[in-house]
Design a protein around this ligand. Sequence first.
Ligand SMILES: C[S@@+](CC[C@H](N)C(=O)[O-])C[C@H]1O[C@@H](n2cnc3c(N)ncnc32)[C@H](O)[C@@H]1O
Length: 271
Amino acid sequence: MTTTSHYALRRTPEEYDRLRAQARVWEEATGRLLDRVGLAAGARCLDAGCGPGETMRLMALRVGPAGRVTGIDADAPLAAQTERMLRDGGHRQCRVIAHDLTAYESVPGGPYDLVFARLLLFHLPERVAVLRRLWQSVAPGGHLLVQDYDLAALGVLPPSAALDEAGRLIVDTFGAVGCDVRVGATLPALFARAGIGEPDGTDVAGRIEPFGVGRRMLASVLASLLPAALGHGVATAREVEAALTALEADATRHPDRPMTWPLMIGAWKRR
Ligand SMILES: C[S@@+](CC[C@H](N)C(=O)[O-])C[C@H]1O[C@@H](n2cnc3c(N)ncnc32)[C@H](O)[C@@H]1O
């Protein structure tokens, strides 16, 4: 099976559902940027680290039947499931390749008119090398478009000690696995380090929702991170369980307090 050993999140149906729910939250912010870089009928595009393929669906609607939408993901069973789901949904221009972007020099299937990656670099200690590879697979005149999180904005007002503790466990676990939880804010610097140059544009998208609603996504991220948290000695199962219980109790006590999600930061460059 093609898969990366250091990926922090679980590979379970529950986690794939969480990714789909998260993708719905950012659908507008991503669609806006796909339009901003001019993704149009007939284009060839790549979603690197496509996961359950929600952005591929947005791409397919824009490029139409004459276009080509390729997804790449290191999780081979998810890649197969995503391709089946998209094609069954009528998007026959979609295919998904099981491939580890950190393991090979070249990106399969290029060149592309648009290379897109959302919430991928966050997870990769090799993020500069992968970004350079993605840029090399962009056709002349095409675009590289990246969106990624900056977790620093996560919080509730007035502050919640329970949310802060859940956030700390999440940040520490991602950190222990080699993720960069502020990678979104560093995208212009990463573009420079990868030899791409200054982005043509950047974008910051945010979301605020009631604590009583927002805590669900936070809890499902922490639950998904449990094996990594245990494996890296960040917390015991009992500590994670206690953090989840406290989070639920506090969100039940203060369901209407505004909770700010991580920021979703975008950057793009025409080749
Ligand atoms: C957090 S999910 C994001 C999925 C999707 N891009 C989205 O925004 O909804 C990250 C995805 O990147 C994939 N991934 C992680 N490391 C990878 C690698 N080295 N090569 C290819 N895909 C990778 C994971 O399997 C997972 O599906």
